[in-house]
Design a protein around this ligand. Structure first.
Ligand SMILES: C[S@@+](CC[C@H](N)C(=O)[O-])C[C@H]1O[C@@H](n2cnc3c(N)ncnc32)[C@H](O)[C@@H]1O
Length: 260
């Protein structure tokens, strides 16, 4: 068991570089299939089906990552990334400004390009994201207004991947965070949630961090109580046990829901 890590712990102790090098190490980990290919496959399918689209797509708890927003690029006019930890936003900024030492997302870009069929070269896809990713914001999903003190016009889509389950200390807090997120969406707007199943802890650098252990039954209930209608749910079973010493997840889940 790991102790719950609140936003102060993430701000102080979460090392985004260690997170990327551990969980987004494209050459060394089988886990890429579970945390990247699985959700991106379903996300790309949903975007291409044409139902999930609009003016603004907001990602909450982006961490130091850009790949989910990259897949959203063609379907929204504007994209926003957010996280509670400054160092995560700084990693994204380094990539946006092409600074030396910025993380190399090209393997993820190639994966998205392959999943989408042909939408241009990887360079063109990255440049489009740089143009559309207009804001990097602080957020805390445990607050009534997760973007406080900023008040944004309601958005068309909220993405949250592997973050709600670390931000909520128990099931009640999870449902309450979903209600907070609900306020950020237009009526009829889409919520995309990706989580791990059965995970209780993950390690980043030297730090073991809490994860709220989730299962499908609870998630179905939580989506309803959060004020959403479930539209799609996909599950994946963990196939290999490499990196068991870093994370004890048993599977992953991909959910699309719509605000009532
Ligand atoms: C496991 S990482 C997931 C990052 C990324 N979304 C991904 O798919 O790899 C969890 C992220 O949630 C952020 N986080 C933790 N508590 C949060 C909160 N209360 N509000 C918003 N973000 C939070 C952390 O800073 C961290 O970047």
């Amino acid at each position: 068991m790991c102790d719950f890590a609140d936003v102060e712990v993430y701000q102080r102790e979460f090392d985004p570089r260690a997170y990327l090098e551990t969980y987004y190490n494209f050459s060394a980990t089988q886990m890429i299939n579970d945390i990247l290919r699985f959700p991106l496959t379903h996300l790309v399918k949903a975007f291409r089906a044409g139902d999930v689209k609009g003016d603004i797509c907001l990602e909450l708890g982006s961490g130091p990552c850009i790949h989910f927003l990259l897949s959203a690029c063609d379907f929204f006019k504007e994209l926003i990334a957010s996280d509670c930890a400054d160092r995560c936003l700084r990693e994204i900024e380094m990539w946006l400004k092409k600074e030396q030492g910025a993380y190399d997302w090209s393997p993820a870009v190639r994966m998205i390009s392959e999943l989408e069929g042909d939408r241009g070269t990887c360079d063109e896809m990255e440049e489009k994201l740089r143009r559309k990713l207009k804001q990097l914001l602080k957020c805390d999903v445990t607050k009534k207004n997760p973007l406080d003190p900023l008040v944004l016009p309601q958005v068309d889509c909220v993405l949250i991947t592997f973050s709600l389950q670390v931000a909520a200390k128990d099931e009640t807090a999870y449902i309450s965070a979903l209600k907070n997120i609900n306020t950020l969406l237009k009526p009829g707007g889409h919520l995309v949630v990706v989580e791990s199943l059965g995970e209780s802890c993950y390690t980043v650098g030297q730090k073991a961090l809490f994860v709220l252990k989730l299962n499908e039954e609870f998630l179905r209930k939580a989506i309803g109580e959060g004020g959403f209608v479930l539209e799609k749910l996909e599950r994946l079973q963990r196939a290999d046990s490499s990196m068991q010493n870093y994370t004890d997840y048993e599977g992953a889940i991909f959910i699309i829901a719509r605000k009532l």
